[in-house]
Design a protein around this ligand. Sequence first.
Ligand SMILES: Cc1cc2nc3c(=O)[nH]c(=O)nc-3n(C[C@H](O)[C@H](O)[C@H](O)COP(=O)(O)O)c2cc1C
Length: 186
Amino acid sequence: MKIVAVYGSARKNGNGEVLVERAINNFADKNPEVKRYYLTDMDIKSCMGCFACRKKEMCVRKDDMNDLLNDIIESDFVIFSSPVYMYDASGSFRLMLNRMYPMLGGEPGRYTKRYTDKKCMLIMTQGAPLLMFSGASRTIKRIIKSFGFDVCGLVRMGFANERGAAAKNEKVLRKIDAVCSKAIKL
Ligand SMILES: Cc1cc2nc3c(=O)[nH]c(=O)nc-3n(C[C@H](O)[C@H](O)[C@H](O)COP(=O)(O)O)c2cc1C
């Protein structure tokens, strides 16, 4: 089994990272190959809007995104994580989403999904209580689904500014475990 873990926060050992590691541990019995991608440590350039990926399945830009995209395409499960920054995912996470455009074929209005067997989960942390900013995670989930992913679960965590808060949040840890056990059965 191959798992790709995408970390959208620059904060090392932050709450998002703790939750991703918890998710990965759920698959320990499967002895998975795990590829970890810390987006802010990577060279991911902006999408140029050249539309070359409408005809060809990879991006023409030569940077670290090609490795990530290849691993996503070969993966059995992707764990996406991002903090909510300014009502949205982090900038590095948004940049990655733009560069995932090669997962789609076809033309605007008649897009096709090039990969339909992909499974993932989405983890989003935020400083505010959960009642706020739910629109950010809904939008990100919709974008990921549009790439052809079966999103096995969305886990949101509020009050995540304090480092170490995730490890103490039993409710969110249980939710991570529940989503992973659902994913294992699929
Ligand atoms: C630049 C910046 C913008 C932020 N914007 C929001 C926001 O719009 N809504 C919110 O609830 N929290 C916001 N936060 C708080 C982060 O979401 C929170 O600290 C983060 O999810 C913690 O996760 P991490 O430990 O994985 O980095 C912001 C934090 C920073 C540094």
